[in-house]
Design a protein around this ligand. Sequence first.
Ligand SMILES: NC(=O)c1ccc[n+]([C@@H]2O[C@H](COP(=O)([O-])OP(=O)(O)OC[C@H]3O[C@@H](n4cnc5c(N)ncnc54)[C@H](OP(=O)(O)O)[C@@H]3O)[C@@H](O)[C@H]2O)c1
Length: 278
Amino acid sequence: MGDVFLFGATSMLGWSILRAGDATEVVAFCNDNTRHRPAGVSRAIDLDDGPAVAALFARERPRLVINCAGVCDVGTCEESPEFARTVNVEGTRNLLTHAPAETRIVHCSSDHVFGGGAGPYREDSPTAPISVYGRTRVEAEQLVVARAHTLVIRSGLWIGPSATGQIGHLDWLRDRHRRGLPMTIVSDEHRSAVWAEDAARRVWELARSSIVGIRHITATRAVSRPELARYLDRHFAIGATFATESRAERRTPHIGNVELATIHSDALAAPLPSVVPL
Ligand SMILES: NC(=O)c1ccc[n+]([C@@H]2O[C@H](COP(=O)([O-])OP(=O)(O)OC[C@H]3O[C@@H](n4cnc5c(N)ncnc54)[C@H](OP(=O)(O)O)[C@@H]3O)[C@@H](O)[C@H]2O)c1
């Protein structure tokens, strides 16, 4: 029986972390109402259901928790801010409240805690979210770092396959192209985009270390969304065509130039290769 709990295992990140982990060690959870439960995801829980989370940890005492659960769609968070806050903040609070004190908790957060225009952003840069999603991430992070034995990992875009074949930038491109649906990509957003396999390995290395606080996963360079889409289109021979629009033209908030940097210089702070090479 594994003693590492992975929450949000069906997310883009969770799915990559699950596949990069040791199957005998990891117990993978999805949301209770998930419609698509991939092989390897054996359990379900709603982290915003306090009594259920309390009951889980009254029965089981994992050594490590990796948390990738959340409402991560920026548009959904704008439309339903209470729902976003309930899952992203109160769900995290439930986890922190009920997990055994000795359990190490690694919480996957996002570059959406920054807004762009003041980067590169290090772990000690002031947060400045511009969306409901970003604000719920900041609030959750504050809860996490206030507890002992915790690590917040912030990253930019992870590029890799998803469990459903429909989420994440790469599967979004492939799936919409396959279905002949229009694609519009924001022109003036720059992010640190890394391969999901590399990033998942880094999460495991950080999770197995005793590092606490906040860590950024950095890339050798930041890339614009159109540059990234063009590269992926070529690299995977997708054949997609897409339009571009500026952030100002988009209905949902988009972060601007948010390149992640770090204050650390150890091996686990080394930048990962950018998805788009120079
Ligand atoms: N996508 C990226 O490139 C990226 C980059 C940097 C950081 N992140 C961070 O990585 C994490 C995952 O992001 P994502 O974009 O991969 O997410 P996502 O695809 O939106 O998936 C969200 C995950 O949370 C689960 N979930 C939703 N509501 C829940 C609840 N009430 N209780 C328990 N689980 C619940 C979902 O389960 P079901 O599938 O079962 O509904 C799913 O596994 C987030 O912390 C995000 O901030 C993502």
